[in-house]
Design a protein around this ligand. Structure first.
Ligand SMILES: NC(=O)c1ccc[n+]([C@@H]2O[C@H](COP(=O)([O-])OP(=O)(O)OC[C@H]3O[C@@H](n4cnc5c(N)ncnc54)[C@H](OP(=O)(O)O)[C@@H]3O)[C@@H](O)[C@H]2O)c1
Length: 272
C-alpha cells in the first residue's frame, strides 16, 4: 500500500524505479545487491516488510528474516552504491503506555515482535550517513484494501464492522506522507521523523467517521476493546506521535486526518 503511494507521488518529480519482491526478495542479499547495482538509484525508499503484528508474533523467524535481515541487505546494498536510504518505520516501536504524544526523543521500548523488528531495522538504517527514518501509523490510501476500505465494503454489504475502541493513534494518509517524505528527502535533512496526519483518533472513531463521510450507516461500526478481539499481538493503547522533528526542521505538517480521509474517500472509494 505505502509503496503504491510513494511511487505515485515521487514520479511527479523524479524518475522512479519501483522494485517488488519479484525483482528483489530482500531476504536474498545478492538479489538486492544486483538490483541496486543495475539501477543505481540516488535514493532508496525502503517500505518492504511483514507489516502485520499478528503474523510477526506468530512467526518471529519470518519477521526477523524480512524486517531485520532484509533491511540489513537493503542498507548494505544502498551503502555500496552510495545511495541515501529512507526507511519506513512504525509507532509500534513504542510500548503505548504514555498518555501524551511520543516525540522522536522518547525511548523506544517495543512490546511486540513486529515492533522489535522495526526498531532493529531503524538501528541498522541509522548506521548509514545518508539516512531518513519515518515512523508512520495506521496507514490508509490507495493500492491495497486497508481497514477503512474493508470496513466500508462490509457496511455497504449490510454487515457490521467490528474495530478496536481503545487504540488511540495518528492516522496517516499514504499520499500525504509520501509528499512529506519527498520534501524531506529533497531537502537533504537526514534523521528520524514522526510522520502522520495531524490529530489523534481511535480506530473506532476513524471507521465511524469514514462511514459518515461515505454516507453509510455509522452505527454498523461496532467498537470493542482490543483485548477482546482475539488478536495474537498486543496492540498499542496509545501511539500518538508528535511531529517535533519536522517542525524543528521548518517543514509544514500534513493536514488533519479528517480532511485527508475525506480526500481519500472522494477519490478512491466514491463508488462502493
Ligand atoms: N499498514 C500500516 O498501518 C503501517 C503502520 C506503520 C508502519 N507501517 C510500515 O509501512 C511499510 C509499508 O506497509 P504497508 O502497509 O504498505 O504494507 P504492504 O501493503 O503489505 O506492503 C509491504 C510490501 O513489502 C513486500 N515484501 C514483503 N516481504 C518482502 C520480501 N521478502 N522482499 C521484498 N518485498 C517484500 C510485500 O510484497 P508482497 O506483496 O509480494 O508480499 C509488499 O509489497 C512497512 O514497512 C510497515 O512496517 C505500516
Amino acid at each position: 500500500m505505502f509503496g503504491h503511494g510513494l511511487v505515485q507521488v515521487f514520479q511527479g518529480r523524479h524518475t522512479v524505479l519501483p522494485i517488488s519482491r519479484t525483482e528483489a526478495d530482500i531476504t536474498k542479499r545478492e538479489e538486492v545487491r544486483s538490483a541496486f547495482l543495475k539501477l543505481r538509484p540516488d535514493v532508496v525508499i525502503h517500505a518492504a516488510a511483514i507489516p502485520s503484528p499478528d503474523v510477526c508474533e506468530a512467526n518471529p523467524a519470518l519477521a526477523y528474516l524480512v524486517n531485520v535481515h532484509g533491511t540489513h541487505h537493503v542498507a548494505e546494498a544502498a551503502s555500496e552504491i552510495g545511495a541515501g536510504l529512507a526507511y519506513i518505520s512504525s509507532d509500534a516501536v513504542f510500548d503505548g503506555r504514555k498518555q501524551h504524544p511520543y516525540t522522536e526523543a522518547d525511548l523506544a521500548i517495543p512490546h511486540t515482535v513486529y515492533g522489535r523488528t522495526k526498531l532493529r531495522g531503524e538501528q541498522i538504517v541509522a548506521t548509514l550517513p545518508k539516512h531518513w527514518i519515518f515512523r508512520v501509523s495506521v496507514l490508509f490510501g490507495p493500492g491495497k484494501a486497508n481497514f477503512i476500505e474493508k470496513g466500508l465494503r462490509a457496511i455497504a454489504a449490510g454487515e457490521d464492522y467490528t474495530v478496536a475502541s481503545d487504540q488511540t493513534a495518528s492516522a496517516t494518509y499514504t499520499l500525504d506522507a509520501a509528499e512529506k517524505i519527498l520534501d524531506v528527502v529533497e531537502s537533504g535533512c537526514h534523521g528520524l521523523y514522526h510522520l502522520s496526519n495531524q490529530g489523534a483518533c481511535t480506530r473506532y472513531e476513524l471507521a465511524r467517521h469514514a462511514a459518515e463521510v461515505a454516507g453509510l450507516d455509522a452505527n454498523k461500526v461496532i467498537g470493542v476493546p482490543s483485548d477482546l478481539m482475539g488478536r495474537r499481538a498486543k496492540r498499542l493503547k496509545y501511539g500518538v506521535m508528535e511531529m517535533r522533528a519536522l517542525k524543528e526542521a521548518g517543514f509544514s505538517l500534513p493536514r488533519p486526518w479528517q480532511s485527508a480521509l475525506a480526500d481519500y474517500l472522494s477519490h478512491y472509494l466514491a463508488n462502493l
